[in-house]
Ligand binder design. Sequence first.
Ligand SMILES: [Ca+2]
Ligand SMILES: [Ca+2]
Length: 158
Amino acid sequence: MVTLNYVRVSLLPIPLALVACAAGDGVRLQVINMERPSEGLGLAPPADYTPCYYGEARGYDSNGDGKPDHVRVSLHGRERCYGDDTNHDGRIDTWDLMDEQGRLIKRAHDTNGDGRVDQHWTFDPTRPGCATIAADVDGRVNPGSAIDVCKQLSNGGR
Ligand SMILES: [Ca+2]
Ligand SMILES: [Ca+2]
């Protein structure tokens, strides 16, 4: 149809614009405005992940499909926030929040791809490898649902 042909022609300049952002070794880099992320980015970080919103965000497209599968946000020169497309569907589904020492303290994960957080992970830097996982209720942690991964593992082993 005439309309479709017109759309294809008008899309041609876009790959040329992306070439200008190429960052070498096959990974394409683009600067993202996290205060107003594009709709196609996927999951938005929870509102209390403030470094994710106010730092300098860069999106990395490692498979060349034009959609960022990894986002890094640095604030005052430190990387404080990471976004990831863990199931490779082209949309970010996980956000990690770091403390000022660069230690992972929180993770928000959308398990079913509906663009809403379902799991809130909380990490205790003094217990490496441990996490508390809680379900989300209306954008907040539901404390009654929290599971301590380390306690579960140590109880199960005895
Ligand atoms: Ca995804
Ligand atoms: Ca979800």
